[in-house]
Design a binder for this molecule. Structure first.
Ligand code: MN
Length: 501
């Protein structure tokens, strides 16, 4: 698995020296206990690191700049235990360049009705101090997450944990490198885009090579290495010969094994984390990469078909954000293919020519070798399966000429219990929110692509927060979407993003 860093998050408590040393001692004790509690919850995917209480402009500025410089720090969580005059925070916030979470909480859960006095009120006044802090962050126009509630509540801890994954996505976005082998599919509009602007906004490096450069790596893979991987395939997946000659079938599978090793060596040597292919540009390759790309996606690489580098980068990003999740259900490149328009059972059959990631499979995948109706290569081997059921999020990043727009649709994958014996590709069958009719109408009005980066492990909140951190327009299509509101939102965003430029 392609891993990201062992990130940590800093916990910065705000106060001031107005209330004396005893108060500050108590503040530090409280925040230490909170950090211990958060780490012990088991609900945070990354460790929280306690930092000494911040009481003036110099210490705040120093703390934020140290956080900037620490490559393992993926963000800072702030909390104002007492009142912390917010002019002290301006310079530090101005210089801070990492994700920020404002945890609006309080050490004690309840008011101690019998004993409460002014000392208690002055020490425990985050209701007061966090508003002062929030004011300056809003005034400065800094993007941040606000999480409200008692720090020991499971809901609060889960929201912090969920945001941590977004923050890591923000940090890692600027390390994503996509290799394009060939250009985008001829004549297609939606897979195009401004690669310079993508590097400015998201930090993505998007480079092109000739497909023959990678084909050389594929051809250089030894027969022994290829056969070893074919053995692994045969022991991991069901083999569906469907009347084909066993030896000929195995040769077709071996072509994909050789591609998997060759592509992977190229990606590793050149430090790329996502790859796109195009069936129109396959010089030096015997088959369109199918099984090989499915396997690379499962190992954490981003992928986009027909040269779609935006979706490839998004798949990689979403692989990073969902990395290491317990009971993960999978993240994949996906494409809207065919509708089921039976009243009350409306759904979209998702697939691609070949390249769907087996991380979403709900059954043991099978290998099939079948003709491809496009391109002029030999019949490619591919993994065939149906997807896990459950709620997920389908994302389409489009370039609308003046800016990027991220369209985020909540969807529900349905259990696919009707066999499709003649369909030789992996599939998912999903119902978009709020329903297929409004969901698809909204998607089309927003200009969404037919390709998506799809995850059963991430939420629209996480993807929207990532988009907000990138400073791009995000359109949510969920249970609350109505066409009238969506059209207004699109119209108003035209003005809002023009002002932002
Ligand atoms: Mn496609």
């Amino acid at each position: 698995m392609l891993k990201s860093k062992d990130y940590k998050f800093w916990f910065a408590t705000g106060s001031q020296d107005l209330y004396g040393d005893d108060c500050l001692k108590e503040v530090a004790e409280h925040s230490k206990k909170m950090v211990e509690g958060l780490n012990a919850s088991g609900l945070l995917p990354f460790e929280v690191v306690w930092k000494p209480t911040l009481i003036d402009s110099a210490s705040i500025r120093k703390c934020f700049n140290e956080a900037n410089a620490d490559e393992f720090c993926a963000g800072v969580i702030t909390w104002m235990h007492t009142f912390s005059p917010a002019k002290m925070w301006i310079l530090g916030l101005q210089e801070f360049r990492k994700p920020l979470l404002h945890l609006h909480t309080q050490f004690n859960r309840e008011i101690p009705w019998d004993t409460i006095d002014m000392d208690f009120m002055n020490t425990n006044q985050s209701a007061h101090g966090d508003r002062e802090f929030g004011h300056i962050v809003s005034r400065m126009g800094i993007e941040r997450k606000v999480v409200v509630g008692h720090w020991s509540d499971e809901k609060v801890q889960k929201r912090i944990g969920s945001w941590m994954r977004t923050a890591v996505g923000v940090m890692e976005s600027s390390h994503i490198r996509v290799v394009r082998v060939g250009d985008n599919m001829r004549d297609v509009a939606v897979t195009e885009g401004d690669k310079v602007e993508a590097e400015v906004k998201f930090g993505w490096e998007i480079d092109a090579y000739n497909i023959t450069d990678v084909a050389e790596y594929v051809q250089a893979v030894s027969e022994a290495d290829t056969n070893a991987l074919v053995e692994e395939y045969y022991s991991s997946y069901d083999i569906l010969l469907e009347g084909r000659d066993e030896k000929e079938f195995r040769k077709h599978v071996a072509v994909q094994a050789q591609q998997e090793i060759g592509f992977k060596r190229f990606l590793e040597e050149h430090n790329y984390h996502a790859v796109v292919t195009n069936f129109q540009m396959l010089s030096g390759l015997q088959q369109l990469p199918g099984l090989s790309m499915q396997r690379l996606m499962q190992q954490g690489y981003g992928f986009g078909g027909e040269g779609d580098w935006k979706t490839a980068a998004m798949v990689r990003l979403m692989k990073i954000m969902s990395e290491g999740m317990e009971e993960a259900k999978g993240t994949s490149f996906m494409e809207d293919y065919t509708y089921h328009l039976s009243p009350g059972k409306e759904a979209i059959l998702q697939a691609h020519m070949l390249e769907v990631c087996p991380s979403i499979a709900d059954v043991k995948p099978s290998i099939k070798v079948c003709p491809l109706s496009m391109g002029n290569r030999e019949d490619p081997a591919r993994l065939v399966f149906t997807s896990n059921p459950g709620k997920g999020v389908a994302c389409s990043l489009i370039d609308i000429g003046t800016r990027f727009r991220l369209i985020i649709n909540e969807v529900e994958c349905l259990k696919q219990d009707i066999p499709m014996p003649k369909l030789p590709v992996a599939t998912a069958l999903w119902k978009p929110e709020p329903n297929l009719i409004t969901g698809a109408e909204s998607w089309i009005l927003a200009g969404g692509a037919h390709h998506t980066a799809f995850s059963l492990d991430l939420t629209s909140e996480q993807m929207g927060d990532w988009g907000a951190a990138m400073g791009i327009e995000c359109i949510f299509i969920d249970k609350d979407t109505t066409i009238r509101n969506l059209k207004n939102e699109l119209r108003w965003n035209e003005a809002a993003f023009r002002l932002n430029k």
